[in-house]
Write a protein that binds this ligand. Structure first.
Ligand code: CDP
Ligand code: CDP
Length: 224
């Protein structure tokens, strides 16, 4: 059985990265968190105090970015520095949708992602994997859950480092990002025509991974 490319798209808090890690570990596949790449570009733009779209696109095109998948998380190295610990702050989260809407940023990141994804034996998570990065991915999943469920999940994670944030703040921020990501001009967050919709509001992470394996088996009977 050939090693598949599995695309998992969907909104924030759907469980994409957690489930992708479970799948990659179980299948012995690589895992690419494409959101971490957009977050790293956003972090660099904030560090360099760049606000102009052209300047940010220029920076993204020249960025020396290396992605290193590890079991616990995917590390992103920019110009030799591991920026992973700094890319999930509320500040980066609030700017990432604007940065990732810039055409030059998307083309630079998509080129790296496609190169890694085309080899197969990989799980990629993002917003546009099934529609743009790998339109011929072997299996495409659109993973989602209600905004409220996703906000509860994120709230649990965030309040450890940011006790001042309320559940209402988190739900508003997630809704804002859902809106921006699905209404941008280039490669918006959208279910690919041939993706399988999976609402995991009532599923655990393990249950979600099992459901995705079942979807893979349905399409490729000798899979795993
Ligand atoms: O982890 P979370 O779902 O909060 O977000 P993420 O996957 O880290 O993605 C952060 C942001 O990057 C998203 O809100 C999108 O604006 C952008 N993104 C994108 O435009 N295309 C992708 N393939 C992945 C992420
Ligand atoms: O990558 P994405 O933003 O789609 O979601 P995630 O970061 O993998 O998941 C967000 C949080 O929801 C994590 O703390 C997961 O453990 C949790 N989660 C859950 O408890 N049950 C699910 N079925 C999916 C996610």
């Amino acid at each position: 059985m050939k090693k598949l490319s599995i695309a998992i798209d969907g909104p924030a808090g759907a469980g994409k990265s957690s489930v992708s890690k479970i799948l990659a570990a179980r299948l012995g596949y690589a895992y690419l968190d494409t959101g971490a790449m957009y977050r790293a570009v956003t972090y660099e733009a904030l560090e360099r105090k760049l606000t102009d779209d052209d300047a940010i696109a220029d920076m993204a095109a020249k960025l020396d970015m290396e992605v290193i998948p590890k079991e616990d998380t995917m590390h992103v190295i920019v110009d030799g520095k591991d920026v992973t610990p700094f890319i999930r702050t509320p500040e980066v989260s609030s700017h990432v949708s604007a940065v990732s809407a810039i055409a030059g940023v998307r083309s630079a990141m998509t080129a790296i992602q496609r190169k890694l994804g085309e080899k197969g034996g990989i799980v990629l998570d993002g917003r546009d994997i099934g529609t743009t990065v790998l339109p011929h991915a072997d299996v495409k999943i659109f993973l989602t859950a209600s905004v409220h469920t996703r906000a509860i999940r994120r709230f649990k994670e965030l309040t450890e480092g940011h006790p001042d944030m309320t559940m209402e703040d988190v739900e508003k921020e997630i809704s804002r990002r859902d809106y921006l990501d699905s209404h941008r001009e280039i490669s918006p967050l959208k279910q690919a025509d041939d993706a399988v919709l999976l609402d995991n509001g009532d599923l655990t992470l393990e249950g979600t991974a099992e459901a995705i394996i079942a979807i893979c088996r349905k399409k490729f009977p000798d899979f795993a």
